[in-house]
Design a protein around this ligand. Sequence first.
Ligand SMILES: [Zn+2]
Length: 202
Amino acid sequence: MIDIMPNYLNKFAYDIQKGPQSISFMIKCECNKKEFFLLENEETIEEKVKREEFDKLTKEYDGGAYSDENGNIFLYSKGFLGIGRKKIQLQDSFIPFQIKVIKAICPHCGREIILFDNRLYGYDAIVDQPNNLLADLKFSAVKANRNPCEIFVKIRNDLSIEEYIETMKGAFTERYAEAFSDISIYSIVNGRKKLIFEEETA
Ligand SMILES: [Zn+2]
């Protein structure tokens, strides 16, 4: 069976359960401790500006959207009784990319473990190769869980390795396990599991 365990998490995973297209596991530090603080990145100033521009655009063109036969998407404004209606083609560059990074910090040895980074991992990251890797990120405690907790991760990959190779035309074959379709991260405190992060990455 092809391993769908992403390389970057491999050495921290234990209690590994494999399904046909999914894998789940617990996280353990290299110092063997199993409880961590969970941190997430804050929105950068550039991201905030782009998000607000996009919000403004969707308010201005609030009448709806349609796509033409070539798959181009257009937004249009309501106008007044259809008069003065404006339209604009939605460009990919209009859609703000929000960096999402979740990491675990071991309170015992201080090690940082990246659990997810949407610039590097997941199907879209591998296809699009986003270039905001140098962004200066600030991190704060995940609001849903500020205390040390155990961590459970579940990853699903909709594509089999054969489908992946076909879709990617043979590129990035070695990154199949990192080109997963979605990831869910749970905290476990006193045996109670809580979803703290979920992302569709395809
Ligand atoms: Zn540690």
